[in-house]
Design a protein around this ligand. Structure first.
Ligand code: ACO
Length: 331
């Protein structure tokens, strides 16, 4: 039995902040941000938690599939910015949407959270014990962004998407193959210094602004360029695919230069690469579901299309997944 995506929807907060908004607060320029990252604007929700971002797309995805919340068996939430440390955001979403028969959990894979969660969901479905998974993936990065640090605050945005994953007996579609990797030696270069059990919140941690993203951008960049390109290339070779066989590369959107390097390694032309970093920035676990959902809503993917999803993020965590799209073009 194979698992496939049977519905998808996404949601971002309404408020848009362009690069000029940062120009008026920090020593930065629209030119620097666009040329170094590809980002033009992003969305922030200064009120509510991650669940408030994910619930609208959870309900929309279920409605598109014709499922009621009480039909959901398992909720997986991929995020590093859950509403609270505990309980899980999965349980909060369960309560908000009324998925009274579901169990669930959160999964922290940072920018690769969606890839990790998609394979977890697929394996649960393939085991035959779970009939459907509501996979919610997103981040409210504004909650852990230091708006006084120009080297990180311009990079991130808030948003997410939700999918329904179900079994299929159609062998021509589904979640086909994956390459998932982790290298914990990346921790010093990308982390949140305080708030966990190692360094619990205190007046000192707040004063030192340790509850925000810390990133050594240049070091992470070097690993990301290699990791994302390697994993994406590996999944192609392993499945005997050439550039012409791939409909879309759907890469994590942290930096346009990382995306371009990955596409180049795969031999793909720009028209086969999904890019929306200019409008959303890096929404961490939200990025890939937002990209897939936008392509679907724009009627740019059709049944049988080969999609390569790929990402690199904190941990380090990275990887690539090959999906054969199973839905007809959106009506
Ligand atoms: N405006 C103007 N100047 C800036 C800004 C800014 N917003 N930010 C940094 N600078 C300056 C720096 O201070 C530095 O100045 P200096 O040379 O005088 O010291 C200069 O610009 C170059 O800085 P770098 O950090 O070397 O810039 P770089 O070209 O590496 O770009 C970036 C930075 C965009 C962060 C890049 O390194 C990157 O994309 N890294 C990888 C990000 C990534 O993939 N992260 C993983 C996912 S995130 C997650 O998992 C949560």
């Amino acid at each position: 039995m194979r698992a496939t995506i049977t519905a998808i929807a996404h949601h971002v907060p309404e408020a848009v902040f362009d690069n000029h908004w940062f120009e008026s607060r920090l020593d930065t320029t629209d030119e620097w941000i666009q040329s170094r990252t590809g980002i033009r604007e992003r969305h922030f929700a200064f009120e509510g938690g991650l669940s408030d971002i994910l619930v609208p797309s959870a309900l929309e995805a279920l409605s598109r599939r014709g499922l009621r919340p009480e039909d959901v068996e398992l909720i997986i939430v991929a995020t590093v910015t859950g509403d609270r440390v505990f309980p899980s955001t999965a349980s909060i979403i369960q309560n908000k949407i009324g998925a009274v028969n579901a169990w669930g959990f959160d999964l922290a894979g940072a920018c690769s959270g969606f890839l990790y969660a998609l394979i977890t969901a697929a394996k649960m479905v393939e085991s035959g014990t779970i009939k459907n998974v509501l996979l919610c993936s997103g981040d409210k990065m504004s909650a852990i962004t230091n708006f006084e640090d120009r080297s990180t605050c311009v990079l991130f945005g808030d948003g997410g998407g939700c999918l329904v994953i179900e079994p299929t007996d159609d062998n021509s579609i589904g979640i086909i193959d994956y390459v998932l990797k982790m290298d914990g030696r990346g921790e010093p270069h990308l982390h949140q210094k305080a708030g966990g059990s190692l360094r619990p919140p205190s007046i000192e941690t707040v004063t030192n602004r340790e509850h925000f993203v810390y990133q050594d951008g240049k070091t992470v960049f070097k690993s990301a360029v290699i990791g994302m390109a390697d994993a994406s290339h590996e999944i192609m070779v392993r499945n005997g695919l050439e550039a012409k066989d791939i409909a879309w590369l759907i890469p994590h959107q942290a930096n346009l230069r990382i995306i371009d390097a990955t596409a180049q390694r795969m031999g793909l032309t720009k028209d086969k690469v999904m890019v929306n970093i200019d409008r959303y920035g890096n929404t961490t676990a939200g990025t890939i579901p937002i990209c897939i959902s936008e392509l679907y809503e724009q009627r740019k993917i059709q049944k049988g299309d080969a999609l390569v999803l790929s990402s690199f993020g904190a941990g380090y965590t990275w990887g690539a997944i090959l999906v054969r799209w199973g839905l007809e073009k959106m009506q």
